[in-house]
Design a protein around this ligand. Sequence first.
Ligand code: UTP
Length: 273
Amino acid sequence: MNISTIVIPAAGFGTRFLPFTKTVPKELLPLINKPALQEVIEEGVRSDIKNFCIIISEEKQAIKNYFSHNKKLEAALSLTGKSALLDDINQLIDQCTFSYPLQREMKGLGHAILMAQDCVKEDFFGIMLPDDIIVDEQPCMQQLIEIAQREQAAVIAVMEVPQEEICAYGSIKIGTTLQDDLVEVVDIIEKPKPEEAFSNLAIIGRYVLPTAIFDAIKAITPQSSGEIQLTDAITHLAQNGHKVLAYKIKGKRFDIGRPAGWLAANVYLEARR
Ligand code: UTP
């Protein structure tokens, strides 16, 4: 199984970060010394991935600009001997290829992923949600890819959460247990009431999925809100002959889509430096 592309959905409005996100994509908010999205892409690069397909909206062209050379700025910095300030980002730009499919209407995560269909050339691909920062010795995405290759299966990242917090996540129904940290997924309920949750294993933002997910996204019924949920499409796969596994991540995870989580990630990363 060859996995060479990671899809990063980044088209959302980011309402929890208003008013900043009126003009600044939340994916470009700082994590210590770089935009959060750069940190996520670096996790992808450390997992041996070079192709990134970033789903954006018309309003989020700043993301495209960030991952492109700025010749005028580079010329000015070179005159003052400050070119090194752009070394890290320019190295990333030269090392990777980026594509930017547009999501024109915010119809949910599943719909955003569908926009990447033409970017994915192999049978399996990765998805990284830029809201999730996962700090671990081995990059989380690389762990998922290794398991997907070994098991020839889709793999989604999960973590144990207290019962009262499961309502913020997708909760998985566990089938066979393959290892302490690896289980089969047979069903998923999105944002359940605590008493309705299948388990306290919550889905977080790293996935390896087969391209069959695109047909699954087209096949499922949107929520009453009109949103097309990725978790519904993954359930559709699991219930239609695809092997879907959930891997309990080991690292520390921050939800930087919330201001408090973003602040906690900054404090933790600064202390770790
Ligand atoms: P969120 O649910 O966090 O939505 O999306 P959001 O718009 O980013 O933030 P809030 O909830 O309004 O504060 C999770 C990820 O999926 C992307 C988002 O950009 C984010 O990375 N997404 C979500 C899309 O790309 N398109 C969508 O239609 C919805």
